[in-house]
Design a binder for this molecule. Structure first.
Ligand code: GLN
Length: 452
């Protein structure tokens, strides 16, 4: 069914950059059948999974949606995808994304934009964005082109597209999943996570993806709990914080109403609702858009035409670098590299980068202090529902504002889940975000399960 959906819908949605040859999928499916028959099926045996094209997959082209990696076939498997394979999952393709995961609408991919499978009621002509950067994963799961998909989230790239496409997306605690073999954007923020149709599926998939890996020094050695079992647990007596600062101007009234509805549902389920304050929230976006480009400018220095991917020849080594990078990187990536090198440059480092690091500590402290009073926080995932292709394009700051509710949890490294909770008056899905304590994905999943 998923392969049929790929045949039928991928030409329109453009959710996959690379589709695994059908015969390979069917062979793997037969092997999965045999394991079910023999009673040796593993937790994700035979489940068709889409893999964001940012995870290196051995023998399968991995592009990061960039021209600079157009023909890169990794000779190794990322830790996360290796674990998913070990758990029995079956990869059906590599999903589209914003180039190097930089974006909020999946429009910067060198392989074309992704279409959101949802449409506004009575306005089927307007093409909507799926969100980004994991827009291909979100569209694939929403339209049945995969049962689940991997995403990565640096400042919201799992949660915001999940909200725009009406699916579940979980950014785990920083350090929960190994980053080894995942193409780096901003290393102090990047986290892999599951994008699924249900919260229970997200728990199951995270169980397979997570855990210590000696190849990533920031990967935690904490044991991996039975996440799937957290779903369905009673949430009675939990304290749910509502951060005042998220009642931001510009928040759509329909999202505000959905948030109130979510609060009411949790109160009815026996939670205690507590007003909290995260006073440094207003610096979140500005700080993020200094730190993330700074790290990206450093990480993307490796694409020099010598070690990876495409090369444009020139007479000198510097000439090769220049020609390769000018031809290989898209506009958004180039602008982020420029921003990053600027804030890291000797004359501006203290004023921008160092200052941003200090503010990041304050943002993190806000969360730690809030979690002394409450068990989780409930907020909207994004300030609007999916917007139209072409909207928010003229002004990059307008586009960056999409990340206003997702960036703070990334800066703090805490886990955050987006759950689809209803539709707006145009029939588009809306998501609410549940943010938890460091390494307490279980409580986040319990609350998410109660809201879905
Ligand atoms: N939209 C944010 C950015 O462009 C987040 C991207 C992400 O989480 N990978 O940086």
């Amino acid at each position: 069914a998923h392969l049929d959906a790929i045949d039928r819908l991928n030409p329109k949605l453009n959710a996959y950059i690379t589709v695994v040859p059908e015969q390979d999928v069917l062979t793997a499916a037969d092997a999965a059948d045999a394991r079910y028959a023999a009673g040796t099926a593993r937790p994700m045996e035979g489940l068709p999974v889409g893999v964001k094209d940012l995870f290196c997959t051995k023998g399968i082209k991995t592009t990061a949606a960039s021209k600079i990696l157009a023909n890169f076939i990794p000779p190794y498997e990322s830790t996360v995808t290796a674990r998913l394979l070990d758990a029995g999952s079956l990869f059906v393709g590599k999903t589209n994304l914003d180039e190097f995961a930089m974006g909020s609408a999946n429009i910067t991919s060198a392989y074309g934009a992704v279409l959101n499978p949802w449409q506004r009621k009575g306005d089927e002509a307007t093409a909507l964005v799926p969100g980004g950067s994991s827009g291909g994963s979100a569209a694939a799961v929403a339209a049945g082109l995969a049962l689940a998909a991997t995403g990565t989230d640096t400042g919201g790239s799992i949660r915001q597209p999940a909200a725009f496409c009406g699916i579940v997306g979980l950014k785990p605690t920083y350090g929960r999943c190994s980053r080894w073999g995942t193409i780096a954007y901003a290393s102090s923020l990047d986290q892999a996570g599951p994008m699924t149709r249900t919260v229970a599926d997200a728990g199951l998939m995270l169980e397979a993806m997570a855990g210590f890996d000696e190849k990533d020094s920031t990967c935690s050695n904490r044991p991996v709990p039975a996440f799937a079992q957290a779903v369905g647990k009673s949430i009675k007596g939990l304290r749910v914080g509502i951060p005042a600062e998220y009642r931001a101007p510009g928040l759509s009234p329909e999202i505000s109403a959905m948030w109130e509805q979510g609060i009411a549902w949790l109160r009815d389920a026996g939670c205690e609702i507590v007003d909290v304050s995260l006073p440094h929230t207003k610096y979140g976006l500005a700080t993020y858009y200094i730190i993330a480009p700074a790290e990206c400018s450093s990480n993307l220095a490796r694409y020099d035409g010598i070690r990876f991917g495409e090369r444009k020849d020139a007479a000198t080594l510097d000439g090769i670098y220049e020609a390769t990078r000018a031809a290989g990187f898209g506009e958004e990536v180039r602008s982020r590299i420029l921003m990053g090198t600027y804030v890291l440059s000797a004359g501006y480092y203290d004023a921008y980068y160092l200052k941003a690091q200090k503010v990041r500590t304050l943002i993190k402290r806000d969360f730690v202090e809030a979690f002394e009073k409450v068990d989780v926080l409930l907020t909207p995932t994004a300030p609007s529902a999916a917007f139209a292709q072409g909207e928010n394009m003229a002004d990059p700051v307008q586009m960056y504002l999409n990340d206003i509710f997702t960036v703070p949890a990334s800066m703090a490294g805490v886990p955050a889940l987006s759950v689809p909770v209803g539709l707006d008056s145009k029939g588009l899905p809306l998501g609410l975000q549940i943010i938890g304590r460091h390494f307490d994905e279980e409580t986040v999943l319990s609350v998410g399960g109660a809201l879905e």
